[in-house]
Design a protein around this ligand. Structure first.
Ligand SMILES: *Cc1c(COP(=O)(O)O)cnc(C)c1O
Length: 866
């Protein structure tokens, strides 16, 4: 039955408890122990059953309980402390202000104060956000990373505004049928009972965004999630007068077919830009976290053309100078690709607006513009229109440079302008409450934001072993209790037999070495690798009564990923058939809450991806912050961690052609490590039963990983390396009525016109074939600049060792000095170089574009070699 009217009924709080409403609507409660504890204290059962949702809790709690708390002085004092902490938090975000203080003192020559940092605004776009478990609009690592990014941006006081979609169904809840086959349930998100504000116009009506789709306009309303000082705006198309199909655009995260995917990405990118505009934001740079939001570039260019009267080239220049793009996958199959006709059908009208032909327009999204059969790639679009591009770990940066080398033909792979900013995790969100209090006590309350150089990390060594260990053992017990409860609940839910239920009540042993593995069930992550040799694993699990091992496994397979689901069923089947289902346990419905319990309560964190398929991985960082050693293939972040002191590497970073052989080798390496290293170290106890050497490793895991693999460091890196420079370029480009942008666009065009006429006439080297280390070599080159001036180009010597293929590897470059003209024609360049290494060394010369407003010499993709 359809209601004739709907009402949004809000809870009636006693006036003394009104502050709870304010606390509930700022997600800061998630990473402030005091505030979280306050809500837990209000009603423990409701707190759990509401999935830790203070808003729905306030709506469901009985008036009697509210009255009782309104008269409880202890509670009221606790609430006051919580309110004070939120107030202080909102006021005291200073890192950004210090970094950009130069800006606020700076007055540009024409008295323009637009350079004031308060006017700076960084727009962050992502298709999913994993912030708290009661807001299930994420599917995995990308979302949790984006959520952590916002939390740290808030901690640092960045003027960041985030954009996303509010999914009606969110990500699915997982349960298993009797056969171990994953089933999905899509709980419907009740937005009015979540920490969301509906954005309204000044007359009280809902704020609406409009985006044109073929033959119709689609409307979205806007919800705000307040993440500390950072607002996250989410669009929701589930409103009238949208047609039923359009209602579903924001129905399901990554749901539907390719057409639905384009619909979603248009709303995210195009709708997102319009939404920020409608809300009054004027971003000074844009950060695309993964390519899903790539269409935003099309809309930005349109607005710049129509509102500022710029040409396509000028508008594209402004957009590019102020855009950063982060790629998250190491395989090209991971990118969204749309067939050319489909791309034209949905966004082809932009070609018309820009005055571009079909192929010129599609070329914006093609790695190779000349390949007219190739699809429109969101990653190519983002890459070609960004001035800062990064992968999410050092190894992933390397892999990405190879993967996208074709966009910078002629450039040595090492110089492909894709850098890396290694991921992190938000410390206060992933470290268990009791452990945070332990760190607060021994390291001081600012540990969660301190870098590696800070001496406080040495104080980890002074945490008493007994205290650290007792705390950890408590976490393990809590995990075991949680696992049993959850299993029982799920078994009851599917009507399992009393025998099965009573077995579930006894799985795991709170005193046994517990290895955790939790991640999306994609085949490359090889969740079943540890079961590769069943006899071997059975031995490990129970060979010695006093040195047992148990495994806790969790993770969801994408609903359409049949091989991924097979893996889950395989684990269930193998553990049952081999009688090991009480020591190898799969926890259904992995989410942020389960993750937090696991990374605190396991003893070792296992990861077995096929290198280099794991771009970064972050759950291992969460585990390390809680003091867990990692046991992992050298991939993603682990490849750059201190994997000897803070855990164990599986293998040595090899890559394999033969997958079966690889599984065999790496499974054996895993068994060897568990038997010979992990188990002996864990069970090596002193007279008081304390594993001193194990605890030493835990402390190393904390003190060496915490300071680096966190989002405080990561967001500072994004800010200083990407956001500030892009924002600075924005002030330059838009100043003086866009004159610098116009000039740069015109300059680029002339570069493309003249570039291929540049001639390297001669290169003279003052050396014979045989030279000695530290001998100076002088080089003189004559270059015909073909209508360009010495200000337009940089001439560089490029030198390095020559490999077996006769190519210079790991080259370095030396800028040559312009020395005037030779007979009024060719430009003379000279440089001296000093050879510091012996062996066969090669020397070459190259020409690169040069302009003060370029983000890098590689922005045009032009390079000429001698
Ligand atoms: C941290 C986290 C992830 C990402 O973990 P990976 O190691 O990158 O696979 C996924 N889902 C949840 C719920 C998480 O908390």
């Amino acid at each position: 039955m359809q209601p004739i009217r709907t009402f949004n009924v809000s809870p009636a709080l006693p006036p003394q408890l009104e502050p709870l409403r304010i606390l509930a609507y700022n997600l800061y409660w998630d990473w402030n122990v005091e505030i979280k504890e306050l809500f837990r204290r209000l009603d423990r059962d409701l707190w759990e059953s509401s999935r830790h949702n203070p808003v729905s809790m306030l709506g469901m709690i009985s008036q009697a309980r509210l009255q009782e708390m309104a008269e409880d002085e202890g509670f009221l004092a606790h609430m006051e402390r919580a309110v004070r902490q939120l107030d202080e938090y909102l006021k005291e975000r200073t890192w950004y202000r210090k970094q950009r203080s130069a800006l606020s003192n700076h007055q540009s020559t024409n008295g323009d104060t637009s350079t004031h940092p308060q006017k700076e605004c960084f727009a962050y776009f992502c298709a999913e956000y994993g912030l708290v478990d009661c807001l299930p609009i994420y599917s995995g690592g990308l979302g949790v990373l984006a959520g952590d990014h916002l939390k740290s941006a808030s901690d640092l006081g960045l003027p960041l505004v985030a954009v996303g979609l509010l999914y009606q169904e969110g990500y699915f809840a997982q349960y298993l049928n009797a056969d171990g086959w994953q089933q999905e349930r899509y709980p419907v998100n009740d937005f009015y009972n979540m920490p969301l504000h509906l954005e309204r116009n000044s007359d009280g009506s809902e704020l609406r965004i409009e985006v044109e789709y073929p033959g119709r306009t689609v409307y979205a309303r806007v919800w705000r999630v307040q993440v500390g000082v950072v607002p996250l705006y989410l669009m929701d198309t589930n409103i009238e007068p949208n047609n039923p199909y359009d209602h579903d655009i924001t129905d399901e995260l990554y749901g539907g077919d390719l057409d639905m995917r384009i619909h979603q990405e248009m709303m995210l990118g195009i709708g997102g830009v319009r939404m920020l505009k409608a809300l009054g934001y004027k971003p000074t740079m844009y950060h695309l976290n993964e390519g899903h939001s790539g269409f935003l570039i099309l809309e930005r260019i349109r607005i710049l053309m129509q509102e500022q009267g710029l040409t396509f080239a000028q508008a594209k220049q402004v957009a590019q100078s102020t855009q950063a793009f982060t790629t998250h996958t190491p395989v090209s199959a991971g990118f969204d690709l749309f067939p050319p006709d489909k791309a034209m059908y949905y966004v082809g009208h932009y070609a018309h607006t820009y005055g571009l032909s079909r192929e010129e327009f599609l070329g914006l999204g093609r790695e190779n513009t000349g390949d007219l059969a190739s699809p429109f790639s969101m990653a190519a679009l983002a890459l070609k229109t960004s001035s800062f591009v990064n992968g999410v770990a050092q190894l992933h940066g390397e892999v990405s440079r190879v993967m996208f080398h074709s966009l910078w033909k002629g450039l040595p792979i090492a110089e492909v302008p894709i850098t890396a900013i290694t991921n992190g995790v938000h410390a206060r969100s992933c470290v268990a409450k009791a452990t945070q209090e332990l760190y607060d006590r021994y390291l001081g309350p600012s540990w969660s934001e301190k870098g590696a150089k800070d001496p406080l990390w040495e104080r980890v060594l002074s945490i008493p072993d007994e205290e650290l260990w007792r705390n950890h053992e408590r976490s393990r017990s809590e995990l075991v209790v949680f696992v049993r409860d959850r299993l029982v609940k799920h078994l009851r839910g599917r009507g399992a037999s009393p025998v099965e239920i009573s077995q579930a009540q006894e799985v795991l042993d709170p005193g046994v070495l517990t290895i955790g593995f939790a991640r999306r069930f994609a085949t490359y992550k090889r969740a079943t690798l540890f079961l590769h040799n069943l006899e071997r694993i059975k031995q490990i699990l129970s060979s010695n009564k006093h040195k047992q091992v148990q495994f806790v496994i969790a993770g969801k397979a994408h609903p359409k990923d049949i091989p991924g689901k097979e893996l889950i069923r395989e684990i269930i089947r193998l553990t049952r058939e081999n009688g090991i289902s009480s020591s190898v346990v799969f926890i259904p419905d992995y989410d942020i809450h389960v993750a937090r319990l696991m990374v605190a309560g396991c003893d070792v964190w296992l990861n077995t991806p096929r290198r280099p398929r794991e771009a970064s991985g972050t759950s291992g960082m969460k585990a390390a912050m809680n003091g867990l050693p990692n046991l992992s293939v050298l991939d993603g972040w682990w490849d750059e961690a201190d994997y000897v002191r803070t855990g164990w590497p599986i293998g040595h970073g090899e890559t394999y052609e033969d997958a079966e052989y690889q599984d065999e080798v790496e499974a054996n390496a895993l068994y060897e490590l568990v038997e010979k290293e992990v188990v002996p170290l864990f069970y090596d106890r002193d007279a008081e039963g304390i594993p001193r050497r194990w605890i030493a490793k835990m402390k190393d895991a904390i003190r060496l990983n915490c300071p680096f693999f966190n989002t405080a460091r990561m967001v500072r890196e994004y800010a200083t390396r990407a956001y500030f420079p892009a924002s600075d370029r924005n002030f330059v480009m838009t100043g003086n009525n866009y004159a610098p942008a116009k000039e740069l666009a015109a300059w680029k065009e002339s570069m493309f016109q003249h570039w291929y006429n540049i001639k390297i006439v001669s290169v003279d080297v003052s050396a014979t074939e045989q030279i000695q280390v530290n001998q100076k070599v002088s080089v003189k080159a004559l270059i015909n600049l073909a209508g360009l001036t010495p200000n337009d180009v940089q001439i560089e010597l490029y030198q390095g060792a020559v490999n077996a293929d006769g190519e210079i590897t790991n080259g370095t470059s030396v800028v040559m000095q312009h020395q005037g003209k030779d007979q009024q024609v060719d430009s003379i360049y000279t440089a001296d170089i000093l050879y510091s290494a012996s062996g066969l060394q090669g020397l070459s010369l190259r020409v690169l574009p040069k302009h003060e407003n370029l983000s890098s010499p590689h922005e045009l993709g032009l390079i000429s070699w001698a």
